[in-house]
Design a protein around this ligand. Structure first.
Ligand SMILES: CSC[C@H]1O[C@@H](n2cnc3c(O)ncnc32)[C@H](O)[C@@H]1O
Ligand SMILES: [Zn+2]
Length: 438
């Protein structure tokens, strides 16, 4: 099937720094065949369906480099707490009651939210990955999936299962699913466990997704117990020999930046979660100055509490401007690059993050014509990042398929998903209330 997106008022391809006016995109099944000015559209450009993008801006689909999708089940369940007690007293007890089916439905709710806010790819570290993969297949989304490993809970059996999942599901769902290994953090996995994961990742050509240096306490505990930072500890065990996506990376010790630069570590910056849990503001400007690749992530919905990457980018810009007392840092073109090309690089995805002939057709169509946020149109990217809400996202195409068409979800049954999530989340919360009241 061939699709023509015509009359695009403003197009950001990611390949050219500047936007282009009045363009068309021709898509052949899941690949972009051609992008050119409308004046160059000829009868030779054949197509089966047309999307009229007059008054619309088209961007590459947005990429969430770090989340725990099914944590939608915990939205609003545990707020305003510090990381360690939030995890130990509220999140982990709740998660111990969550079933594989609950995770399917929680991920479905996440997919609704991601699609409606323009996310086409997400990187998930959570439990019950076969169910997450099923939802990804059903929803039409693109995802990088990894079974999260906490050594005390998962041990060797969990590691075997995670590896089996990664090998079996890599490149499935028409290529929309790729996989990684995901040790949770250096404070929940021992040196031996992390070394074993490092070797298994290398042997199976898998990238690794992990939380690192999220809180001040994590850095202080490591320095007390190990006389080195978590990043130096990981470097010492050769953890960075694989492609690594490191979430958070808020607190660095001297030398850590150089370790990241030398080893080409990819940082997933999660400003909303870092702010809400009061973990601090990551030194993103320093990462960028050192040519360290930075993508954006939302983290899970219990520490955010949404999956909206436009909001995330806005928060990233504001916090970096404050941290460095410099309003020029993280301008809107940089935000877009972090959400698209840099995110794709972080996730080891070569064919998304940019719009060009030969790339996969993952894109979003934004209304810049009839929303108050979009007028006046001095600068549409500025309006998107500094003014808009997700209402401006009109259509979302993933792998050449419209999953949101003029505001209508095409792959997911929203009513059923809302019902299932509400029912399942309350059931777990009620059970835990019973336990703590006894
Ligand atoms: C082993 S699956 C992932 C695991 O991580 C937990 N989690 C969610 N957010 C954070 C965070 O900000 N720091 C550390 N761990 C986090 C999640 O609840 C799962 O248990
Ligand atoms: Zn996380």
């Amino acid at each position: 099937m061939k699709t023509l997106i015509k009359n695009i008022a403003e197009l950001y391809t990611g390949q050219q720094a500047e936007s282009q006016k009045s363009q068309f995109i021709l898509i052949d099944d899941n690949y972009i065949e051609k992008i050119a000015p409308m004046a160059e559209l000829t009868l030779a450009d054949e197509y089966d369906r047309v999307i009229d993008a007059a008054g619309k801006m088209v961007l590459p689909g947005l990429i969430n480099t770090h989340t725990h999708s099914a944590m939608t089940l915990l939205r609003g369940y545990a707020d305003d707490m510090p990381l360690d007690s939030w995890l130990q007293d509220k999140i982990w007890p709740f998660e111990s009651e969550v079933s594989a089916d609950d995770i399917y439905w929680g991920t479905a709710l996440a997919a609704i939210e991601m699609i409606k806010t323009g996310t086409t790819t997400f990187s998930d570290m959570y439990f019950a990955m076969p169910q997450v993969a099923e939802l990804v297949a059903d929803s039409g989304m693109r995802a990088v999936l990894a079974e999260g490993l906490i050594e005390a809970n998962d041990g060797q059996a969990g590691l075997e299962k995670a590896l089996e999942f990664a090998c079996e599901y890599n490149n499935t769902a028409e290529g929309r699913i790729t996989t990684m290994l995901a040790p949770h953090a250096p404070y929940t996995c021992s040196e031996e466990y992390l070394a074993q994961i490092t070797d298994l990742a290398a042997a199976n050509d898998l990238a690794v997704h992990i939380h690192i240096s999220e809180s001040k306490k994590e850095l202080a505990n490591f320095q007390k117990d190990q006389q080195r930072s978590p990043i130096k500890f990981l470097a010492d065990i050769n953890f960075f020999k694989n492609h690594v996506v490191a979430a958070h990376c808020v607190h660095l010790a001297p030398g850590d930046l150089e370790i990241f630069r030398k080893n080409k570590v990819n940082v997933s910056h999660n400003p909303m979660s870092n702010a809400k849990l009061a973990n601090g503001i990551a030194p993103v400007v320093d990462y960028l100055k050192n040519e360290i690749n930075v993508g954006l992530g939302t983290d899970g919905v219990s520490s955010n509490n949404s999956l909206d990457l436009i909001k995330e980018a806005r928060m990233a810009a504001y916090l970096q401007k404050i941290k460095y007392s410099d309003p020029t840092v993280l301008p809107t073109d940089q935000l877009l690059a972090m959400l698209t090309q840099h995110g794709a690089r972080a996730l080891n995805l070569n064919n998304v993050g940019e719009l060009a002939a030969g790339k996969l057709a993952d894109l979003i169509i934004i209304n810049i014509d009839q929303t108050s946020f979009s007028i006046p149109r001095h600068n549409n990217l500025s309006n998107l990042f500094y003014a808009a809400d997700s209402q401006v996202i009109e259509s979302v195409m993933i792998n050449g398929r419209l999953v949101l068409d003029s505001g209508e979800l095409k792959t997911l049954d929203q009513e059923k998903i809302f019902y299932e999530v509400e029912k399942r989340a309350f059931k777990i919360a009620d059970k835990l209330k019973g336990v703590s009241n006894e």
